[in-house]
Design a protein around this ligand. Structure first.
Ligand SMILES: N[C@@H](CCC(=O)N[C@@H](CS)C(=O)NCC(=O)O)C(=O)O
Length: 206
C-alpha cells in the first residue's frame, strides 16, 4: 500500500491526494507538518531531509517533491491521461508544472502568509498588494493560454491542473480584488466538477 506523509491542508499534499483520486490509487496517509509537527523527527528527516510535506513511500522507494511524486504516480499507475508519453504533449504539461513552481507559486505563497497566516494588525499591505499584482500578471498568462482550449495543456485535464488546482482555488477564495479573467474562471469551474478537487482542494484554507 502506498504511504503518504503530510497534512491535508498543505497545497503540496493536496496535489498528491487529488492525483491519487483521479487515478483511483489507494493509500495510507499520516498527518504530519503544520499543527501536527513531526517535521524534525529524525525518522522523518531520514526520509525527507527537507523536513517538508509531502513524502511518499512505495515499496522501498521514498520520494519527496510533490510534482515529482505526481509524475511518478502517473508513470507507475496508468496515468498517461494526466501525463502523456508523447514528447510534445508531455512538454506542454511539464512547462505548466514548472511555471507553477517558479512563477505563480511564490506570489500565491506570499498572499497565503499575508492574508491567512498573519493577524490583520500585523499585515504588510504593501507586500500583499505587490504579491496580488504579481499573481494577477501570472494568472493573465494562463488566461491567454486558455484561449481556444479548455485545459492548459489541451483538451484534457492533466498534471498541469492537478499541480495548479489549489492555487486557483485560493486565488478565488482570498479577500482580494480580482479583475475578471473569464477563461480562467471557466477553467476553475471545470476543475470544480472533479470529485477529487471537491474532496481535497475545496477545504478551509489555513
Ligand atoms: N517543493 C516542495 C515544497 C514542500 C513544502 O514547502 N511543503 C510545505 C507545505 S505546503 C511544508 O512542508 N510546510 C511545513 C509544514 O507543513 O509543517 C514540494 O512541492 O513538495
Amino acid at each position: 500500500m502506498l504511504k503518504i506523509w503530510g497534512r491535508t491542508t498543505s497545497s503540496n499534499v493536496q496535489k498528491v491526494l487529488w492525483c491519487c483520486a483521479e487515478l483511483g490509487i489507494d493509500y495510507d496517509r499520516v498527518d504530519l507538518g503544520g499543527p501536527f509537527g513531526g517535521n524534525s523527527d529524525p525518522e522523518y528527516l531520514a526520509m525527507n531531509p527537507n523536513g517538508r510535506v509531502p513524502t511518499i513511500k512505495d515499496g522501498d522507494l521514498i520520494i519527496w517533491e510533490s510534482n515529482t511524486i505526481c509524475r511518478y504516480l502517473c508513470t507507475t499507475r496508468g496515468g498517461e491521461r494526466l501525463y502523456p508519453t508523447d514528447t510534445a504533449a508531455r512538454t506542454n504539461v511539464e512547462r505548466w508544472m514548472d511555471w507553477q513552481l517558479a512563477s505563480i507559486g511564490p506570489p500565491m505563497g506570499s498572499l497565503l502568509f499575508g492574508l491567512i497566516r498573519t493577524r490583520p494588525e500585523h499585515r504588510d499591505q504593501g507586500a500583499i498588494e505587490a504579491a496580488r499584482r504579481q499573481a494577477l500578471a501570472a494568472w493573465t498568462i494562463a488566461e491567454d493560454a486558455l484561449d481556444g482550449s479548455p485545459y492548459l495543456a489541451g483538451q484534457e485535464l492533466s498534471l498541469a491542473e492537478i499541480t495548479l488546482g489549489t492555487l486557483i482555488y485560493r486565488w478565488y477564495a482570498f479577500p482580494i480584488e480580482r479583475p475578471p479573467l473569464p477563461r480562467l474562471k471557466a477553467w476553475h469551474d471545470r476543475m470544480r466538477e472533479r470529485p477529487g478537487f471537491k474532496k481535497h482542494i475545496e477545504i478551509p484554507i489555513t
